[in-house]
Design a protein around this ligand. Structure first.
Ligand SMILES: Nc1ncnc2c1ncn2[C@@H]1O[C@H](COP(=O)(O)OP(=O)(O)OP(=O)(O)O)[C@@H](O)[C@H]1O
Ligand SMILES: [Mg+2]
Length: 607
């Protein structure tokens, strides 16, 4: 398992731009819900102001003057205000969550659409876990931030404003005194926010790496055990957990700094109020009720003020996440339909490569100057040592990658001039990896053909020599095959892939034969299935089986990205070159003894 410790440099888009984009593309469309939610917040905030103001008459009129009417009136008003505040609070929370969660779903859908339409190179560039982490961690940070910011601005800020007004209304001198102290807190809180954003970016990157590592180990658990790597994987995972622990702990520690700062400052404010106000009460310059109303407002303002002081931290975390989410959403695939692209019109199914060169990395060419012809209905075999560039040719034909120079034509039409959809419709691919999904046998075979009739499904499975083994599975066609088909044997997986290609019934077939050798019986089944699959189709097959190779109409031998020999089996053996050596290596003496016509006439019983 590879250790992916690459950590991308943090990019820093301006916060203003990110907020603007979030607003115009995601929040604005929920303006109605946000407005109602803000209205609820206003109610909550005003309710708080009313309750603070009620303290003065409660103390002065009821307790001091003994006004009997106020004794039952005030509690009723207080209770009703509480109920209204509660309802407002409920409405606000529910609506904001609705908006926040909807935005998550939208972002997830947009990111997914980017990933599935992206160039293969882009998807393979990053570990899967890192991509997945954007769909889970990042969007959650973003939702938290959106909810907290809107609630913060809508409710907490309003609450502070209302309560401050109450304080000024109650006692202006005390209010001025208090508010000389609070602005002092802004400076440390801004500094804290900035550091938090940086740590949060790092944390999210680490989360991505962790998801990728877990995914890797769990998928390869067989190898982990077989090679006795449990302890080493444990150590590697522990070091990842440790890094995340440290980052989150650091973030919590820094975030907690805002509490003591706010706590001390509010303590100072309350102490000053108690001192100055107490002195005034003693001098009969104010009433106990008024001082208590002021203090209540001050204490009630403390909670929203504290939330506001944390707001910047959440905002910065959300912005860091937004940056990463947007960087995915903004990705533009390079391989796209040309503006003038037409639909591929297949008449014969001839495939022709002319002087095609290509490289994955600029430095090393994977294919140089490849010219190759596959006439209608012919089977063309590609043979060559590992890494010669055989799979690469198939990648280019499907336009998973774009040829650097030269041209690839199907029935005379350059594949760059036709739509990707029509191109891929005309080609069935059975690849080196089986490509099964964690779904039922039926769903796997029907992949891409959802409305197929049951008898066609069974016919395809029968032709692929898969029907009998499928019927023997516990739930027949409804058996779940497990992740990547892991609950099936290698040969069974291959036959499902063949059945899928059968069902597609495309005029051109690309076949990357699996290298794993199977027992003779499975081999016979697959051989028969492949014969049925290739008949009547133009087939490019990367052949590892002697039987496929000798049956091919023409064989191209590749080495280091170049075609070094071509011809049929007999001709190539006589040439005494790379092909002969490969055959000897792979098939031993069989290669010499086997006469092409024997294999051509072979039946499963005597192969
Ligand atoms: N996605 C990729 N990114 C970068 N290089 C790649 C990629 N895929 C293949 N290569 C390189 O291109 C060369 C040709 O690879 P290719 O997969 O075509 O070989 P192959 O002939 O199919 O080999 P095999 O028989 O082992 O499947 C190799 O050197 C390989 O390292
Ligand atoms: Mg290959």
């Amino acid at each position: 398992m590879s250790t992916d410790t690459k950590r991308p440099a943090m990019v820093n888009a301006s916060s203003g731009m990110l907020v603007k984009r979030l607003w115009s593309q995601y929040l604005q469309q929920h303006l109605g819900k946000i407005s109602i939610s803000v209205l609820c917040m206003i109610i909550v905030a005003l309710g708080a102001g009313v309750q603070a103001r009620l303290i003065e008459p409660a103390l002065d009129k009821v307790l001091v003057s003994g006004d009997i009417q106020m004794v039952w009136l005030l509690p009723i008003v207080f209770f009703l205000t509480s109920v209204i505040r509660g309802l407002g609070s409920y409405g606000q929370t529910v609506l904001m969550h609705k908006v926040g969660l909807r935005i998550i779903a939208t972002l997830q859908s947009q990111m997914f659409s980017r990933v599935v339409t992206a160039d293969l190179a882009f998807v393979h560039n990053d570990a899967t876990g890192k991509l997945i982490s954007r769909f889970t961690n990042d969007v959650n940070f973003l939702r938290e931030a959106v909810i907290k910011v809107v609630t913060g601005v809508g409710r907490d800020l309003l609450m502070v404003l209302v309560l401050v007004s109450v304080m000024f209304y109650t006692d202006a001198v005390l209010a001025i005194m208090t508010f000389i102290i609070f602005p002092l807190s802004i400076i440390p809180i801004t500094l804290i926010g900035r550091r938090l954003r940086r740590i949060s970016s790092e944390t999210q990157v680490e989360f991505g790496i962790m998801t990728a590592a877990l995914d890797d180990v769990f998928k390869g658990i067989r190898q982990v055990k077989a090679y006795g790597m449990e302890n080493s994987e444990q150590a590697r995972a522990d070091s990842l957990f440790e890094r995340i622990y440290k980052l989150i702990y650091k973030s919590a520690r820094i975030r907690s700094l805002s509490y003591p700062i706010m706590e001390s400052l509010s303590g100072l404010a309350i102490a000053s109020v108690l001192c100055y106000g107490g002195y005034q009460v003693l001098n009969n310059e104010t009433t106990v009720g008024r001082l208590m109303a002021f203090l209540t407002a001050l204490v009630m303002a403390y909670q929203p003020l504290r939330s506001l002081s944390n707001l910047n931290a959440s905002l910065q975390e959300g912005l860091a996440a937004a940056e990463r989410v947007f960087s995915l959403i903004d990705y533009n695939p390079r391989i796209v339909d040309a503006p003038s692209a037409t639909s591929l019109h297949v008449t014969q199914g001839t495939v022709c490569l002319e002087k095609v060169s290509f490289s994955y990395d600029v430095s090393i060419p994977a294919l140089s100057n490849i010219s190759l012809d596959a006439p209608k209905g012919a089977t063309v075999a590609l043979v060559g040592p590992s890494g010669a560039g055989k799979s690469t040719i198939l990648n280019l034909l499907l336009r998973f990658y774009e040829a650097g120079s030269g041209s690839i034509r199907i029935d005379g039409q350059d594949i760059r001039g036709v739509t990707m959809e029509s191109l891929r419709n005309a080609i069935a691919l059975v690849s080196q990896e089986t490509g099964l999904f964690n779904a039922t046998v039926r769903e796997n075979i029907m992949y891409g053909h959802l409305n197929i009739k049951e008898e066609d499904l069974i016919a395809a499975a029968t032709d692929a020599a898969a029907h009998d083994f499928i019927m023997a599975l516990p739930d027949g066609y409804d058996t779940m095959v497990g992740e990547q088909g892991l609950r099936l044997s290698g040969g069974q997986r291959q036959r499902l892939s063949i059945a899928r290609a059968m069902l597609k019934n495309a005029p051109i077939l690309l076949l990357d034969e699996a290298t794993s050798s199977l027992d003779t019986k499975s081999e016979q089944f697959i051989q028969k299935a492949l014969e049925r699959l290739t008949s009547g189709r133009t087939t490019l097959v990367i052949a590892h089986r002697l039987s496929t190779i000798v049956n091919a109409d023409v064989i191209y031998v590749l080495d280091k990205g170049k075609i070094v020999e071509q011809g049929d089996h007999q001709t190539l053996i006589k040439q005494n070159g790379l092909y002969k050596r490969l055959c000897e290596l792979q098939f031993g003496d069989d290669a010499h003894q086997t006469q092409a016509h024997q294999i051509q006439n072979a039946t499963p019983a005597n192969v």
